[in-house]
Design a protein around this ligand. Structure first.
Ligand code: SF4
Length: 490
């Protein structure tokens, strides 16, 4: 019997690792707002959820497996007293799938109480763990977040929190957006290249840090701005504001371009750009670069919707009679994981999740739009479904370039051997999945749509050129990164 998470159309996508939250309020408990913010970030992690609060005297923690709604009972949240809180939703790419790796990670030590929520992935975690273990630190998990926590705790024995974070930053190498709680002070930290997102927002009676602005909206707050790459934001304990410390300033950034393409919610705002509008523009560019005359363009729900809408709009602007249609209906009650006892059942996976509307596709040439193809395991089933519903031709258009390399920055992207585009041309992939044609969007169209240069985006999974030195990878991007140049060990 197999439980698959790569068994449906949405499962053949890169998977975001985590979402983080930090809340500091004037004089009410922060646990419920943190819980609601985690709900808003549920798409960033479904394996576990947790909250740590501080009431001015001590920490309180609850972590549980599964979705936010499964991980907490009402009483669990009521027990989390204190006006300072951090929270986390997790999908593991480093560390085990069990409660020992559920976050926030918390530890009490001579220098106080520390809590940590991490989105990203360190590429030198093993070296740092060995270094800390050699100086007597005992680890309870195999995750990289505990490595950061121990390093920070060690620095806090001699330094204030800002200096301690600065020292830890000089030693950790990789991708991180962190919410940190030191006693009842909540902080947010973004790595020097800003690989993963982090924003700060204002509530009526306090401030909030979150992976995405949609979490701030959920709390009825106002987005203040993105936390800058290399910046430490310290929320005031009384909820009255925050201080900024620019600890590292790099010449370039390396924002993950997939946040715009797939990971982030369409209603989130990243660097002043509404993600939904970026995706619509990508759809328009997809028509400009690889438009194909067809009767109908339809999205793979839900993620292809904005692309398909922009694509249809651009086609119609040019006088093409391509009609936008919701031709694939999604069964909302099929979760990420379901039981598939046989190969036959596995082949049913797409049918469980999606059903074409026959009258929309019958006798028509159809363009199906999706945001990415990772393994290609479900694409042929999808094309079959649309053909069986009567389509005369099925073209596939993808709103991102081919994924040819793994991700080392905290995204589950499959291994190079598993990636269908690693050793095949688009024409070969079209043959393999049975599509009449297949085209991808160029990276330059993405940089134009998000208003950033290629030097300020990470596109490692597309180019094989990473913003950090990755052991075992021959190519790495030649960009300025002060934190990487600093010694990893004392
Ligand atoms: S390698 Fe790809 S998925 Fe990973 S951070 Fe870079 S752009 Fe994002």
């Amino acid at each position: 019997m197999t439980r698959g998470r790569d068994s449906g159309p949405e499962f053949d996508h890169p998977t975001e690792k985590c979402g983080v939250v930090g809340v500091s309020l004037e004089d009410r408990d922060a646990a419920f707002p943190t819980y609601y913010a985690l709900y808003a970030l549920q798409h960033r992690g479904q394996e576990s959820a947790g909250i740590v609060t501080h009431d001015g005297f001590q920490q309180h923690q609850h972590v549980g497996m599964g979705l936010v709604g499964d991980a907490f009972e009402e009483a669990d949240i009521e027990d989390l007293v204190g006006s300072a809180a951090i929270g986390h939703v997790r999908y593991p790419t480093a560390g085990s799938v069990d409660k020992s790796c559920a976050q926030p990670f918390s530890v009490s030590f001579k220098g106080g109480a520390l809590g940590l929520s991490h989105n990203g992935n360190l590429v030198n975690a093993d070296d740092l763990r060995d270094d800390l273990a050699a100086s007597g630190h005992a680890f309870t998990s195999d995750g990289d977040t505990e490595v950061i926590a121990h390093d920070l705790a060690r620095n806090l024995l001699d330094d204030d929190i800002v200096s301690a974070v600065e020292t830890t930053m000089s030693r950790i190498h990789g991708s991180y957006s962190l919410t940190i709680m030191h006693d009842d002070t909540v902080l947010g930290l973004r790595d020097p290249l800003g690989n993963r997102p982090l924003v700060v927002g204002e509530l009526e009676d306090g401030y909030v840090l979150a992976s995405e602005s949609a979490a701030i909206d959920t709390l009825g707050g106002e987005l203040v701005r993105d936390v800058r790459p290399g910046e430490l934001v310290v929320l005031h304990e009384d909820g009255s504001g925050f201080d900024s410390h620019q600890l590292v300033a790099a010449d370039n950034t390396a924002h993950c371009f997939f946040e715009y393409v797939y990971f982030a919610r369409p209603d989130s705002v990243i660097d002043d750009e509404l993600v939904y509008e970026v995706r619509r523009e990508l759809g328009r560019q997809l028509w400009a670069e690889a438009g194909v005359d067809s009767d109908v363009v339809m999205p793979v729900p839900d993620s292809g919707r904005a692309f398909a809408s922009g694509y249809a709009e651009a086609a119609q602007d040019e006088g093409a009679s391509v009609e936008f249609a919701e031709g694939l209906m999604k069964n909302r009650y099929v979760g990420r994981t379901f039981i598939m006892p046989t190969q036959e059942a596995r082949e049913q996976a797409v049918r469980l999740k999606l059903n074409p509307i026959r009258s929309t596709v019958e006798g028509k040439t159809v363009t199906v739009i999706d945001d990415s193809i990772v393994r290609g395991t479900t694409s042929s089933q999808l094309v079959d479904l649309v053909r069986e519903a009567g389509a005369e031709a099925v073209h596939v258009r993808i709103g991102a370039p081919p994924i040819e390399a793994p991700c080392y920055m905290g995204i589950d992207m499959a291994t190079r051997e598993e990636l269908i585009a690693a050793d095949r041309t688009p024409e070969e992939i079209a043959d393999e999945i049975g599509a009449d044609s297949l085209s991808y969007l160029s990276l330059s169209a993405i940089t134009a749509a998000v208003g950033k240069s290629e030097a300020d985006l990470c596109a490692g999974c597309v180019t094989g050129e990473y913003p950090y030195d990755v052991p075992g990878e021959a190519r790495d991007r030649d960009i300025d990164h002060p934190a990487v140049d600093a010694p990893a060990h004392d």
